[in-house]
Write a protein that binds this ligand. Structure first.
Ligand code: ZN
Ligand code: ZN
Length: 275
């Protein structure tokens, strides 16, 4: 069983439609695919139709943008009901925050001589409900300012870079509660991907477990081997589910091929039994 529990489609910032993603997952030999677009479930229905009648099991998830202790945290919510009104309202607010900073970012790029218009971004974001930095990056590539998305983020769009603009993110403790109320199973995505253990150590993770956290995404390309070992030990100590996934974005992110990291079948069974 090959299980990849964290991927993105064009419903957020992946480059494949949900159907194309399902096709690619079958080609990559996956048995279970988690579709976890940022802050939206908009891709689920199309992915479910595409997976119907194939050997692929689709796991419905959302990667929710949250904040904890002054740092951005991504929370994977599996099997949630996105129509649960308080959760739907929170997701709307996060999506609004994502798209409302686009003009501010374009203004900053303009002040540095980089001309990308709102129409350029709309073209790059065709089919998504979550317009944001990745689409600005794509428009910068199209307009010839950078070679790829990574360069756009590294030199312009990441925190600390000239065109970075902060945005609203929900408090992680609130998101954990909402996900639980909406019947979902929460797993922290790439806990040490952007910040190391100083941002979220064992104590902090233990506190989140008390609030309903079910698992940690340990095997992720942003984690070097030592980080994976330490996170695996923490998950064992705290009896948290361990997941592994590609965080695939189609052609939008290099080095994240479908199935490059996978989740062990027994961990997947545990996760599903909690949903
Ligand atoms: Zn993420
Ligand atoms: Zn992701």
């Amino acid at each position: 069983m090959r299980i990849d529990l964290h991927t993105h489609s064009r419903a957020s910032d992946g480059t494949q439609t949900p159907s194309e993603l399902v096709g690619a997952a079958l080609e990559a030999g996956l048995d279970v695919l988690g579709l976890t677009d940022h802050d939206t479930a908009a891709g689920w229905a199309e992915a479910a139709r595409a997976a119907d009648g194939t050997r692929l099991t689709l796991v419905r998830g959302i990667e929710i943008s949250a904040r904890h202790g002054g740092h951005g945290v991504h929370l994977l919510a599996y099997g949630v009901d996105p129509a649960y009104p308080p959760l739907a309202a929170a997701l709307d607010k996060i999506l609004d925050g994502r798209s409302s900073r686009v003009p501010a970012i374009l203004e900053r790029l303009h002040s540095h001589g980089i001309e990308v218009t709102a129409a350029d971004v709309r073209r790059a974001a065709q089919g998504t409900t979550a317009t944001g930095r990745p689409h600005i990056a794509d428009a910068m590539v199209t307009n010839g300012y950078v070679a790829d998305r990574s360069q756009a983020f590294r030199e312009w769009l990441n925190p600390g870079m000239p065109a970075y603009v902060d945005r609203y993110a929900a408090a992680l403790v609130d998101v954990l509660r909402l996900v639980g109320e909406a019947g979902g199973v929460p797993v922290i995505a790439h806990p040490w991907g952007r910040h190391g253990p100083e941002a979220m150590g064992e104590q902090a993770i233990a506190e989140l477990k008390d609030l309903g956290l079910a698992g940690l995404e340990v095997d992720h390309e942003d984690h070097p081997p030592e980080a994976r070992e330490r996170l695996r030990a923490i998950a064992r100590d705290l009896d948290l589910v361990v997941t592994g996934s590609s965080d695939h974005h189609g052609a939008g992110k290099d080095g994240h091929a479908l199935g490059c990291n996978t989740t062990a079948p027994e961990e997947y069974e545990r996760l599903m039994s909690l949903a």
